[in-house]
Design a protein around this ligand. Sequence first.
Ligand code: GAP
Length: 512
Amino acid sequence: MATTDDLFKNIISHAKEYGFIFPSSEIYDGLSAVYDYGQYGVELKKNLRDYWWKAMVQTNPDIVGIDAAIFMHPTTWKASGHVDAFNDPLIDNKDSKKRYRADVLIEEHVAKIEDKIRKEVEKAAKRFENFDEAMFLSTNARVLEYRQQADKINARFKEALEGGNLTEVRQIIIDLEIVCPVSGSRNWTEVRQFNLMFSTQLGSVTDDAATIYLRPETAQGIFVNFLNVQKTGRMKIPFGIAQTGKAFRNEIVARQFIFRMREFEQMEMQYFVKPGTEMEWYNHWKEKRFNWHLSLGLGAERYRFHDHLKLAHYANAACDIEFRFPFGFKELEGIHSRTDFDLSNHEKYSGKKLRYFDTEQNTSYIPYVVETSIGLDRLFLAVLSTAYNEETLNDGSQRTVLNIPPFLAPIKCAVLPLLKKDGLPEVAQNIFNTLRFSYQCHYDEKDAIGKRYRRNDAIGTPFCITVDHQTLTDNTVTLRHRDSMEQQRIGIKELKAILDKELALENILAKL
Ligand code: GAP
C-alpha cells in the first residue's frame, strides 16, 4: 500500500507523464515553484475556470466580469497596503541554511496537536455506541489538555503577530522546541519580514518612480474599476465584479507542487454592499462558495472552514475553505470581509471620489466589500489528487484512472476504430467529425484497443466510443464508461443525445 508521500509523488509523475503539468523551462532544470500546463492540463484548467465563471457571472444577474491588466499604477500597491504590509515572517535554520515561514512552523505545530484531538475522537467513536462527540470533547481529560495547549499557543501567537513582535514569534518557536526538519536542530536566526511582491522597471528609466509591480492579487484591478463598471453597467448595490487572471508572489517557501507557486492564477469576486450589511453577505458567500465546492462531487468530507486567527490588513472577518490535499487540510479559497479599506484608500491616494450614489436614500457612500478568492491551480490540484486512483481490477490487472467529474474532463470522448482496416477508421472519423464541434474529443487508432482504453482512463476521458465490424452492419457502437468500465451497445444516432445528457451543466448550476 502506497504511503501518502508516495501517492503524492505518483500524482506528480502522472501529471507530467500524461501531459497535464510540466516543470517550467525543464530543459534548463526548471524554475523553482513555476509550472507549465500541458495539452490535457490546459483543458482541465480551462474547464475549471469556465465552471467558476458560469456559476459566478453567468448565473448571477448581479455579478459582471472584467479583465484588468497585470501591470497597474505603482500607487495602487501603496494604497492597498501591499508595499508596507504584504510580508511574510521568515526564519532561517543556521545549520541547514534552509529558510522557513515562521508562522507556518507554528501553525504546523498546532495542527499536530489538533490531529491528536481528532485521533482521540476517532478512537472513542469506535469504542462507544451512541458516541456523543460534543460531550466527549468537553469532558475527556486528555483532549482538554490538548485543547488548552493549542489555545494557549494560538493566543500567544496572535498577540505577537498583532503587535508586530517578531522577537516573540521567534521565542514561541524556541519554547515549542520546533526543530528544522532538515538539520534537526533548533539553531534559528532572528525572524525578519520579507515583502512578497516582484518589482520591475517600466520603460527605460531606472529611477524609483518607474518601479512597478507584478500584481500579487487580481482584486485591485476590480477596486480601481469599481466606478467605471458601476456607472457603465448601471449596477445597483449590492453587486459583484469578478475576474480571473495571473498573480505573482515571491513565496519564501514554495513547495508541494502547484499548491504554492510564484506565478499562479486567481479567480476573485468582490461583492459591493451597503456598510453595516457586510456580515450578512459574508455569511451568504461562505455558504454559497461551500456549496459550489460540494457541486464538484469530490466529497463533503474533504472540506472544512477555518477562521483566520490573524486578519489581513484589510479584513474585519475572514475564513478559508480548506481542502484535504494528499499532504493534509490546507487553504483552497479565502472569503474576506474587506470593509471599505481598499476603496477608501484608493480615494485618498488618487484624490478621485469612489462613492456609490444611493438614489433611494439620496446619499452617497463608500461601499463595503465581501471578497471570494480562490486559486485556480490549487483547485486543479484538489481535483487531480482526488481523481487519481490506482486500481486493481477483478482479473488482477492494474489500472491508473483519473475519475475527474465528466463535465470537467479534458477530453470528453475518444472515438476508436477497433482495427485500422475494413473501413472501420472511416466510420470512426465520421463520428469524430460530428462530435468534435460540440465536445473536446479525440480520435485514436494506434495500438490494441485495451491499451487505448487504459490511455484514456489515465487522462480521465469519461467515454470511449468503439467502432467494430458490427457497426458496419447495424450502425451501432460500444460506449465504454470510464469509472465502471461497462460497455453499452448503442446506435450512432443516439450518441450525441447521451453525451449531452451525461455532460449537461444546467442541472448542477441550477442547484447552486
Ligand atoms: N485577494 C485576496 C487574496 O489574494 P489570499 O488568501 O492571499 O487572498 C487567495 O489568496 C487564494 O489564492 C488562496 O486561497 C489560494 O487558493 C490562492 N493562492 C495564494 N497564494 C498562492 C500561491 N503562491 N500559489 C498558488 N495559489 C495561491
